[in-house]
Design a protein around this ligand. Sequence first.
Ligand code: ADP
Ligand code: ZN
Length: 217
Amino acid sequence: MRFIIFGPPGAGKGTYASRLGSKLKIPKISTGDMFREAIKQDTDLGKRVAQFVNKGELVPDKVAIEILEERISKPDSENGFILDGYPRTIAEAKALDQSPTMDAIIRLIVPEWVIIERLSNRRTCRNCGAIYNVKYLKPKKEGVCDRCGGELYQREDDKPKVIRERLRVYEAQTRALIDYYKGKVPFVDIECRSVDVPPETIVKKIQRKLQKMSLIK
Ligand code: ADP
Ligand code: ZN
């Protein structure tokens, strides 16, 4: 079970991947989460990547590749994983080609207005990284994470100016991966044409499609 969840920023990759991961008992591996954690802890890695992440630019390939390779070599990844936010460039995809091939790319197809609506209303737990939306996916108690009680905040890169930059970067560098993987790895296309579909509905849709392809039980 080696999957990539793919789509523009704000498509819901993190939300769906973490739910799907717990159902399949495989980790969701998010390079974005790892970078944010490093920034929060102010580690050497954090210091190296903060300027890129906060501006909505990509972290240099070399850094992203190294982090990802280290992460997928951990024992919990043996039965598989869901990559969220990796690869984002052709160079990252080529590095990933060095390890066993992926079983599927779960591609989220989302119109731009949904993306803007999601990102600008998104809140993230400072402690565990859980994702909420002040309009569509509210926590039980305002500003507080349901899962761990942590504080919810707006990511620096979820502010309008940086959102525009992230979308630009996606178009310029990440979209090309669709052609890169065409014919190499099967695509599972999932359309999300509205903002208020519960994540569970989408996750079930993904599960059904993966089952049909005999990729999961
Ligand atoms: P998104 O909601 O846009 O999918 P992520 O949480 O996945 O955001 O990533 C946040 C930021 O972390 C990106 O804008 C980028 O700066 C950095 N980042 C995450 N993954 C990668 C990667 N694979 N390669 C380069 N930069 C990355
Ligand atoms: Zn939390």
